[in-house]
Design a protein around this ligand. Structure first.
Ligand SMILES: NC(=O)c1ccc[n+]([C@@H]2O[C@H](COP(=O)([O-])OP(=O)(O)OC[C@H]3O[C@@H](n4cnc5c(N)ncnc54)[C@H](OP(=O)(O)O)[C@@H]3O)[C@@H](O)[C@H]2O)c1
Length: 265
């Protein structure tokens, strides 16, 4: 079963990123998509210029609903969207921490829910999307929608989505923060800020290409760069013992926050 027609509820940072990815990859055509949001923002104006509807047409029914609003308004937003759902629609919630149990009671018997935790890299067809659904139909439907724009990772346990939120949802920002810190390191050596930022970003792109395409383990990739007694080894010695606990704390804090959102949903 194809995903179209799709109702995108909420078109902020993540909603717009996913839609860019779906349109660029031709997973969806502009005419397949309707956006539902309280006001037309700049991103929506851009999508509307491509042919995406920014308000539902009469009698229009969605086969897929992507719920991309803040967790605290998720249930209300879904309630507003219910009259637009086909009887067998699949609702894909990308909201952090909102338990399936708080949304599924709103659905009709033929409708089902998948929870997906994507990254904004979906805009470039290079996202990560962790997926959990109780029923195979919703799981297969969501996987088909996200596979063209993300590496899809299936999770057996819904609880693991909080860790996915911390790692795959928030993680890109944790990596960007490290790239920014790397640039600061170059600035401390007298490199101009814009040049340092370009160098750091290009370094990330290069490292990401190795991670994506080289089957060796991360330790092997590190060893390839860090020849004994060389410059990389000198830098790694500074990180040793500090980076791992720091990242553990950062991912742990994001995970705790996802858990708090779960408790209030
Ligand atoms: N950003 C990420 O990288 C990321 C990653 C993984 C998961 N998520 C999840 O994705 C969801 C959206 O995050 P975001 O960063 O995209 O937030 P965001 O930029 O604030 O976008 C939310 C959008 O929803 C709109 N909205 C508010 N109430 C609505 C309603 N009742 N119906 C329809 N639209 C409504 C907002 O419009 P106004 O601005 O006009 O209020 C806004 O454009 C969150 O639940 C978050 O946990 C985000």
């Amino acid at each position: 079963m194809g995903a179209a027609p799709v109702l995108l509820v909420g078109c902020g940072r993540l909603g717009a990123a996913m839609l860019r990815g779906w349109l660029a990859s031709k997973t969806l055509k502009p005419a397949d998509v309707t956006i539902m949001a309280p006001r037309v923002n700049a991103a929506m104006q851009g999508f509307a210029a491509q042919g995406v509807r920014v308000e539902p047409a009469p009698q229009w029914r969605a086969r897929t609903v992507v719920l991309a609003v803040k967790p605290k308004v998720g249930a209300d937003a879904l309630k507003s969207a219910l009259p637009l759902l086909a009887d067998d629609a699949v609702v894909v919630s990308v909201m952090a921490g909102v338990r399936a149990a708080s949304l599924t009671p709103l659905l009709k018997p033929g409708q089902s829910l998948a929870r997906v935790m994507p990254s904004t890299g979906t805009a470039h067809g290079a996202g990560v999307a962790c997926l959990h659904a109780e029923y195979a139909r919703a799981r297969d439907h969501a996987e088909a929608l996200f596979a063209p724009i993300a590496t899809v990772i299936g999770l057996e346990r819904e609880d693991d989505l909080d860790a996915a939120t911390a790692l795959c949802g928030s993680g890109p920002a944790l990596v960007f923060a490290q790239v920014a810190a790397l640039a600061k390191g170059a600035e401390a050596l007298g490199i101009a800020p814009d040049l340092a930022a370009r160098m750091a970003r290009a370094t990330l792109t290069s490292a990401a290409a190795s991670v994506a395409n080289d089957p060796r383990t991360l330790d092997e990739l590190i060893a390839e760069v860090a020849s004994p007694g060389g410059t990389t080894e000198a830098g790694l010695k500074v990180l040793a013992g500090a980076l791992e606990p720091l990242m553990k704390d950062a991912v742990g804090a994001a995970h705790r926050r996802a858990g708090e959102l779960s408790e209030t949903s």
